[in-house]
Design a protein around this ligand. Structure first.
Ligand SMILES: *Cc1c(COP(=O)(O)O)cnc(C)c1O
Length: 482
């Protein structure tokens, strides 16, 4: 054997470890399956929040071979049992995720077959699958067939893509930037502000619109502000509304805002990352009237369709506006350019990407849509149920929410309410049975609930009330003794 062949064959022996045998695969699959089953079977009895920090040493990279079994144990102790348990039905903080099982099967399949979902040429099936999912979402939100879209990693990138298209449609660059005006609510998600900086619009004029007592944009004020700005020779070009704000779940008056935007030729962007899929609930449909008027829309399947983290969606009516920044041809891609489908890579900063479509396609095909809609309706009713129970044990409630995010506070008579409720949430976090977060509404410290995990059930809310009652007793005791 010559030297080169010898060397190659030697390396082949070592690198063969990267393709485990059937026997080894089965062994690893069984260990993983045991872990998964234990995790899911015990999740209802596990805390939703663990305080404490992971041991960095245990997680650092030593590059020595280890057994999967041991690694799973480390993963359990240092990762799963630290911080929020996002798969738990007791996760009622921020915007919960969840992570339905069928989606995980899609991820496994996508990883094993490793379809190249960025370009039609490479995987026509994967691209058609993703485009069909986008087409389905276009019908839900009343977008035309020729709108484009993308399955992103989440709502932040989806917003980034949409706002980039708005910028390019109106050619906001150079000296135009400081004369251009964006209208939004203080309740927009902070990723919108991040996006504006990333896309070079840090110096545009941002008008924070006045909100009503339900934290919704007052559309009359929007119209007035636009007129004032035009009279002052500024260039209004973009209005951003939320279909479900993160803090209180408020849906802005979409139709009224849409009409104003149209009248003044503004780009109308709607962020429905949290709330968008509630349009599927018959009881809420009318609140989304006008969503079809948007030029761009963001929705997050990893929120409203209970998928594991890592999938958002953007829909944009004007293909040319998106293509300006994202469509690209390079010499080394010359084989990949001629086709009829829109390539995901033409609508996103990503070229190579995770084949996210499968994790959505598989659950929708396996379960049909009915359980998803039932789950959304269930979350809405659980929100009402939770509020009723809170009222019964003496809490004050924020306004009746549009969706499944709401807030409440304990009206302490002896201690400053902000101080009392801050201590209360600390004690709730220490307890950990159920995870709630807090926020400030008009300077008032309040406890916030967000119900969106598919695992949140009536029993979860009953457990939460029990926990909160215990925590109030502890909070009162604390202030008595301090
Ligand atoms: C969660 C959320 C985002 C950000 O989405 P990510 O998926 O976390 O990147 C944007 N807007 C709203 C309204 C959200 O609720």
């Amino acid at each position: 054997m010559d030297k080169l062949t010898n060397k190659i064959l030697n390396l082949e022996k070592i690198s063969a470890a990267l393709e485990p045998s059937l026997l080894d695969r089965n062994k690893m699959n069984n260990q993983l399956q045991d872990f998964i089953n234990y995790f899911i079977e015990t999740i209802d009895d596990s805390p939703a929040y663990y305080s404490g920090k992971p041991d960095t040493n245990k997680l650092s990279i030593t590059l020595k071979k280890k057994e999967l079994k041991n690694l799973l144990a480390i993963y359990h102790k240092e990762v799963v049992k630290k911080g929020i348990n996002p798969a738990s039905g007791g996760h009622l903080g921020y915007i919960p995720g969840g992570g339905i099982y069928a989606a995980s099967l899609g991820d496994v399949l996508a990883s094993i077959t490793n379809e190249y979902a960025g370009m039609y040429f490479a995987s026509p099936g994967a691209v058609v699958m993703e485009n069909e999912l986008l087409n389905w979402m276009k019908t839900i939100f009343g977008f035309p067939k020729d709108a484009v879209g993308n399955l992103t990693s989440g709502g932040s990138i989806a917003n980034l893509i949409a706002l980039t298209a708005a910028r390019d449609k109106h050619q906001i660059k150079n000296e135009k930037i400081t004369k251009s005006v964006i209208y939004l609510s203080e309740q927009v998600h902070h990723c919108v502000h991040k996006s504006l900086r990333i896309i070079g619009l840090e110096d545009v004029i941002v008008r924070f619109l006045e909100l009503d007592k339900n934290s919704k944009i007052i559309s009359k004020k929007l119209a007035q502000q636009i007129s004032t700005d035009i009279a002052n020779k500024l260039t209004p070009f973009l209005v951003i509304a939320s279909a479900g704000t993160t803090d209180t779940g408020a849906i802005d008056p979409l139709e009224q805002i849409g009409k104003i935007a149209k009248h003044h030729n503004l780009w109308f962007h709607i962020d429905g990352a949290y709330g968008g899929f509630f349009i599927l609930s018959e009881s809420k449909k009318q609140l989304f009237k006008g969503i079809e008027m948007a030029d761009s829309l963001v929705i997050d399947p990893h929120k409203g369709l209970f998928l594991p983290y890592g999938i958002g969606t953007v829909l944009i009516k004007e293909k040319e506006a998106v293509f300006h920044s994202h469509h690209y041809t390079a010499n080394y891609m010359q084989d990949a350019t001629a086709n009829v489908e829109v390539n995901p890579a033409d609508v996103s900063p990503e070229l190579t990407k995770h084949f996210r479509g499968l994790r959505l396609w598989l659950p929708l095909q396996l379960h049909g849509l009915a359980p998803f809609i039932a789950c959304l309706d269930e979350k809405l009713l659980l929100t009402t149920y939770f509020r009723n129970q809170l009222k019964a044990i003496g809490f004050k409630l924020g306004p009746e929410p549009d969706l499944s995010v709401s807030y409440f506070w304990y009206p302490s008579k002896t201690i400053d309410e902000n101080i009392f409720n801050e201590k209360l949430i600390n004690i709730i976090h220490k307890d950990g049975t159920v995870f709630l977060s807090s926020t400030k509404i008009d300077g008032k410290f309040v406890i916030r609930m967000a119900i969106l995990s598919f695992r949140t059930k009536k029993a979860t809310i009953d457990k939460t009330i029990q926990m909160i009652k215990n925590c109030i007793v502890q909070t009162k005791a604390y202030f008595k003794n301090n």
